[in-house]
Write a protein that binds this ligand. Structure first.
Ligand code: KG4
Ligand code: ZN
Length: 348
C-alpha cells in the first residue's frame, strides 16, 4: 500500500511517499520520496526553536513540499495519509493535522481510493520503527530487542518482544540527551542545533580530560537524567576560564554516551536481547555508534550468557516523514490508533 506521511512536530517540515508491504511478519518499505524542509536557519539566531515561527514556516512549506512531490510525477492517491499528532509543539502539530485533513478530503472527493484512511501517529513510533526502512536482517532474528530513542525531546529505553509488543523500561527524568547537547553547545558558544557542533568539536578534544559525572549510572532502574551533567559543565566553564573547549565537548559527550550505552547494555543482558535499535537525532552521532560497537565487543565477546547482540543504528536519525510512514504502516497492522488531535505530551 502507498502511504503519504506528514511530519510537523518541531522544526522540520516533512512529507514522504512510501510503498509498504509484507505485513507484520516481514515489513518492507520502498521510499519513493522523502522531502524535508529544515527551519534550522530560521531558529538559529534564537538558539532554539521558536514555536510561532515554526508554525508559520510549516504552513508555508507544506504546500510547497506537496507540489514538489506532485511535480516529480507521482500521483497523490495514497491508501493511507498519516500525520504526526504528538509529542511536540502543539501549534506546529496542528498545521500538519489540518493539512492532512484537507488533503484527505481532496483524495476522497476525487474518489481516487475508496478505502483510503487518515491516521494519526506518534512521532516516537516514527523514530522507533525507522530502523525498518533500511533493515536487512531477517526480523525473526532481532527479537527480543532493546530500543534506545535519543532525540531533542526524548531519551527512552524500550523492550520490544515483537513489532507489536512494546514496553518502556525507562526514560529521562529531566532533560533529554539531545537537549543537553543543545544546552551545552550554547554554553560553548556553538550554533543551534548543538549536537552536530559538539560532535565536530569533540573530535579535537580529549574525552578523558574532565571527569564529568555519569548521572544515574549506579541506579538499578533504566531512567536517565542529563540536567545535572549540563550544570556540571556550566560550573566547570565558570571555574576554568582557560580550559580547552574541545576537551569540554569531548568529555561531556563521553559522559552522556557512557550512561546511555551502559544502561542499554544492562537491559540487553537482563532481557537476553538479540539486537539493539538506536534512533532519534542524537543517533546521527558517529561517535555514539563507534562507542556502542566497542562496548558490545568488550562486554559480549567470550560471554557465556548469550551471543553478541546486533547493533542497528537507524539510517534516518533526525526528523523526517519516511519514519512516520513506517510507523503508520506498523500501527495500522497492529491496530494501534491515535486521536487526530495535537497532543504535546503523547508517548508511544
Ligand atoms: O530527532 P530529532 O531530529 O528531533 C526530535 O525529535 O527532538 O533530534 C534533534 C536532536 C537535537 O537535540 C540535536 O542537537 C541532536 O538531535 N543531534 C545530535 C546530532 N545530530 C542531531 N546530537 C549529537 N550528535 C549529532 N551528530
Ligand atoms: Zn524526532
Amino acid at each position: 500500500m502507498t502511504i503519504l506521511a506528514i511530519e510537523t512536530s518541531c522544526d522540520e517540515t516533512a512529507i514522504a511517499l512510501v510503498e509498504a508491504s509484507g505485513g507484520l511478519r516481514a515489513p518492507k518499505f520502498k521510499i519513493i520520496k522523502n522531502l524535508v524542509a529544515s527551519q534550522i536557519k530560521i531558529h538559529q539566531p534564537f538558539g532554539g526553536v521558536v514555536p510561532n515561527l515554526a508554525k508559520r514556516e510549516h504552513i508555508r512549506s507544506l504546500p510547497i513540499l506537496l507540489k514538489k512531490l506532485a511535480a516529480s510525477g507521482y500521483k497523490i492517491n495514497p491508501d493511507i495519509i498519516g500525520v504526526t499528532v504528538g509529542p511536540g509543539l502543539e501549534p506546529a502539530l496542528w498545521t500538519g493535522i489540518n493539512f492532512a485533513q484537507e488533503l484527505y478530503r481532496e483524495v476522497k472527493s476525487k474518489k481516487l481510493k475508496v478505502k483510503s484512511l487518515l491516521l494519526g501517529v506518534s512521532h516516537l513510533d516514527g523514530h522507533l520503527f525507522s530502523f525498518l526502512l533500511s533493515q536487512k536482517t531477517k526480523r525473526q532474528n532481532l527479537f527480543p530487542a532493546i530500543a534506545l530513542i535519543v532525540s531533542g525531546g526524548h531519551t527512552i529505553l524500550i523492550k520490544m518482544d515483537s513489532l507489536a509488543k512494546i514496553k518502556i523500561l525507562g526514560e529521562t527524568v529531566d532533560d533529554a540527551v539531545g537537549e543537553a547537547f543543545d544546552k551545552v553547545a550554547r554554553l560553548l558558544d556553538l550554533l543551534y542545533p548543538g549536537g552536530p557542533e559538539i560532535e565536530k568539536l569533540a573530535k579535537k578534544g580529549n574525552p578523558n580530560a574532565i571527569p564529568f559525572p555519569r548521572p544515574m549510572l549506579g541506579q538499578k532502574n533504566y531512567n536517565f537524567s542529563f540536567s545535572g551533567l549540563k550544570t556540571s559543565v556550566l560550573y566547570y566553564l565558570r571555574d576554568n576560564k582557560n580550559t580547552k573547549k574541545a576537551d569540554v565537548a569531548a568529555s561531556f559527550q563521553k559522559s552522556a554516551f557512557d550512561v546511555l550505552i551502559k544502561k542499554t547494555l544492562r537491559a540487553v543482558d537482563e532481557y537476553k536481547a538479540k539486537s539493539i535499535m538506536v534512533s532519534g537525532g542524537v543517533s546521527a552521532n558517529k561517535t555514539l555508534a563507534k562507542e556502542f560497537k566497542l562496548a558490545i565487543k568488550n562486554q559480549f565477546t567470550n560471554s557465556s550468557i548469550h551471543h553478541r547482540p546486533i547493533l542497528a543504528v537507524t539510517k534516518f536519525p533526525t526528523d523526517n516523514a519516511a519514519m512516520i510512514a513506517s510507523a503508520v504502516y506498523i500501527n495500522h497492522l497492529r491496530k494501534k490508533k491515535y486521536k487526530l488531535e495535537a497532543n504535546g505530551n503523547l508517548s508511544i
